[in-house]
Ligand binder design. Structure first.
Ligand SMILES: *Cc1c(COP(=O)(O)O)cnc(C)c1O
Length: 465
């Protein structure tokens, strides 16, 4: 049979029908927002109006979802990471183990509390850190381990917690990509000392921008409360309408990373949709994965103790002989052209990520050795680099489509894999990732923080080390 011309080369695409979009408004979301707007209180740092704030209602509801005793809502997932790190006592002079394959905020938040991220490589199948990779990244200054459940894979929390207990380290379980997933029949976020969630617009549960910290440790929760609201905590006893509900308890000095009442109202309504939406995504993924496996692709794995999976991005490793010839980002582009939704490679390994540039910030020039230690923390990450060169991903909203349409996705994969030799290497891929580049990419990790170039003439180059 002749090879069909790929859409990226001017052929007919496999699919022209639209796919679901994200986020999705509901009548309850609209009603909640109207109630927040007309309540006379748009923030928890405003006077009490005789009704529980949306912040407190949503926090209680999310704690129930996570089966934890406490939840503190924050303005973003990044803000939540700051608060969680400081609640665990992380600060100047400390190292924190950070996964080498994840969103940049996982490392920049560590820098933000004056600590040093030390990158740990990931398991090639789950794309999450492992006890062995964490162990390799532990130093005599390590105070905490940050674990990320990436895309749809869960890290193997039980042996990770055992390692952390043995070494006396706190575990921050960043579940920003796994809302509603369960490990050993426990909700993610409840397995570490403290769980952190992003509620940003692309996430499985969202209120636009937002974050949440969950824990069953009352001391950690109280510190987190202080840290997010300038040293104030919510009154434990009823206050009179017109009085402030936030009390200046001041056991810890904080910053302001509170969520507004409008966002908390959206969150409370959206939380009701999470379980059913996750079930639909899971059903679609269960339909798709065997079809892609038949084509020689390897869908992302998850820890064996996973009891309910949630899909933030669907990730699948391409057949290896193919990625030796054509970079994953080129295949991803061709798949996107066939399907009409964005398909992308994984994150760049953090050590080589263009977003991870500590040297561009004066605030990190705290001493002669700080940025040198940060550079040492950019350890080589062969598995994360290989994953980036071989894996393609797409967003969870696609999995909300009718499960029948998963056949269309598999058809697009089959067509692109058949025609892969007509793809070429592409003319200047934005993030060159071909296998030929693998060694050079690994070389990038050895790059040190040189003077930062800037195209803005007003901003002279910084010379921080
Ligand atoms: C999205 C995300 C964050 C950052 O959350 P924001 O709400 O965008 O600040 C942190 N960690 C992980 C794993 C994420 O996916």
């Amino acid at each position: 049979m002749p090879i069909a011309t790929l859409a990226i080369n001017g052929g007919n695409p496999v699919c022209v029908d639209p796919w679901p979009v994200w986020p999705q408004c509901t009548p309850a979301t609209l009603a909640h927002v109207e109630r927040a707007l007309t309540s006379g209180r748009w923030t928890i740092s405003g006077p009490y109006r005789g009704k529980p704030s949306f912040d407190q209602q949503a926090a209680r509801a999310f704690a129930r979802t996570c089966e934890t005793d406490h939840c503190v809502l924050t303005a973003s997932g990044t803000g939540g990471l700051y608060v969680a790190l400081e609640a665990c006592g992380v600060g100047a002079g400390d190292d924190v183990v950070v996964p080498g394959l994840t969103w940049v905020a996982c490392a920049s938040a560590v820098l933000g509390v004056n600590a040093v991220p030390v990158l740990a490589d990931v398991d090639p199948d789950t794309l999450c850190v492992t006890p062995a990779s964490i162990e390799a990244a532990i130093t005599d200054r390590t105070r905490a381990i940050s674990v990320v459940h990436l895309y749809s894979g869960l890290a193997d929390m039980e042996p990770i917690m055992a390692l952390a207990r043995e070494r006396g380290l706190a575990v921050i379980e960043d579940s920003s990509q796994a809302h509603g997933a369960r490990y050993a029949d426990r909700p993610v976020g409840s397995l570490g000392d403290v769980g952190v969630f992003s509620l940003q617009g692309s996430k499985l549960l969202t209120c636009g921008e937002g974050g949440a910290i969950v824990t069953s440790d009352a001391r950690l929760a109280r510190r987190a409360e202080h840290l997010r609201a300038d040293g104030r905590t919510v009154a434990r006893h009823p206050v009179q309408p017109g009085e402030m509900e936030l009390l200046e308890t001041a056991e810890v000095m904080g910053g302001n990373v509170c969520l507004s009442e409008l966002q908390a109202a959206v969150l409370l309504a959206q939380l009701d949709e999470l379980e059913a939406q996750n079930a639909r995504r899971r059903q679609a993924a269960d339909h798709l994965s065997p079809l892609l496996a038949e084509l020689g692709c390897q869908p992302q794995a998850t820890a064996p103790a996973t009891t309910a999976r949630s899909y933030y991005r669907y990730a699948v490793r391409l057949p290896e002989p193919l990625t030796d010839r054509v970079p994953a980002d080129r295949v991803a582009e061709a798949l996107g052209a066939e399907l009409g939704f964005p398909v992308t490679p994984t994150y760049q390994p953090l050590g080589a990520s263009r977003l991870y540039r500590p040297g561009t910030r004066r605030r990190f020039a705290t001493g002669p050795d700080f940025l040198e230690r940060v550079e040492r923390g950019r350890t080589p990450l062969p598995a994360a680099t290989a994953a980036h060169c071989r894996t393609v991903t797409f967003g969870h909203e696609v999995l909300l489509a009718d499960p029948q349409r998963m056949g269309t996705i598999a058809a697009a994969f089959a067509k692109v894999l058949d025609g892969v030799d007509t793809l070429g290497a592409g003319d200047a891929p934005r993030a060159p990732t071909s296998d030929g580049h693998l060694r050079r990419k690994l070389g990038d990790f050895q790059a040190t923080t040189s003077p930062v170039e800037t195209e803005d003439p007003v901003l002279p180059p910084l010379h921080l080390i």
